[in-house]
Design a protein around this ligand. Structure first.
Ligand SMILES: [Zn+2]
Length: 258
């Protein structure tokens, strides 16, 4: 029997998370657990493999909550802090497993090198610092994780290029504002598409809800989940009701299998 993918939404919030510190916005004060959104990330698991896409500032908490005791690698969409700031917390995995493979564009690797120089240092390493195995990825260059092939999908986050990733029939794309026709072709045929939807108001570097829904309609997945959500989008329960039948708001710790 062919084993499918298990996807765990580790975080579904925008860069500040929901609630925002100190905010008295009704969504930030909501008692619905689906309105509590950590910084955006997913865990992709199959057989004995566990890979995460991004490791933001909530990475440690996400790994503890979901009992992820082994990590085979991290795929980075881009270098913004809400997607990378938790990298120091790979330490427990590093101590048990050795260098942790990372998959990122060379620009993202350069940014990580600068901000986390001690992780990448080759001389006078601080004892206890984690270490990574760098895998540079590029557009039009599918790469392997475990026994699966990943197709990178390039999108524009305003002026910054970001990568989405397709594994089998699952595509994850966050922090996109525009996606070229050529890249859209790589997404088509996905059973499950995860895409960012920040809020209703337009934003310079993120799809708003309308843009995300139009994108889903064009990609025609069986099911789509929206992520990277701001408190400004509204209460989970209210927004979910307004969506087309095959589109859902993701929420933290939601698990899907395909
Ligand atoms: Zn982001």
């Amino acid at each position: 029997m062919k084993k499918g993918l298990k996807i765990t939404f580790l975080g579904t919030g925008t860069s500040q998370g929901v609630p925002v510190i100190g905010s008295t916005h009704p969504v930030c004060l909501s008692t619905d657990s689906r309105d509590k959104r950590l910084r955006v990330s997913v865990l992709i698991s199959w057989d004995n493999y566990n890979y995460v896409i991004d490791c933001g500032p909530d990475f440690r908490q996400q790994m503890l909550t979901n009992h992820v005791n082994r990590l085979d690698g991290i795929l980075f969409t881009h270098e913004h802090s809400d997607h990378t700031a938790g990298i120091d917390d790979i330490r427990p995995y590093f101590f048990r497993q050795g260098d942790i493979p990372i998959y990122a564009h060379e620009r993202v690797v350069a940014s990580l090198r600068k901000r986390f120089d001690y992780i990448f240092a080759t001389e006078n390493r601080y004892p206890g610092a984690p270490s990574v195995m760098i895998n540079t990825i590029g557009s039009n260059q599918p790469f392997k994780i475990g026994n699966k092939t990943v197709v990178p999908i390039e999108a524009d986050h305003n002026r910054l290029k970001v990568f989405g990733f397709r594994v089998d029939d699952f595509t994850y794309l966050t922090d996109a504002k525009t996606v070229s026709e050529v890249e859209q072709e790589k997404i088509k045929g996905s059973k499950v598409l995860v895409v960012n939807a920040l809020r209703e108001e337009p934003h310079h570097s993120h799809f708003n809800l309308e843009e995300a829904l139009a994108f889903v309609k064009k990609m025609e997945p069986e099911t789509a989940y929206l992520t990277h959500i701001s408190h400004l989008l509204g209460f989970h329960a209210d927004v979910e009701k307004k969506l087309p039948k095959n589109v859902h708001l993701a929420f933290d710790n939601l698990v899907i299998e395909l």
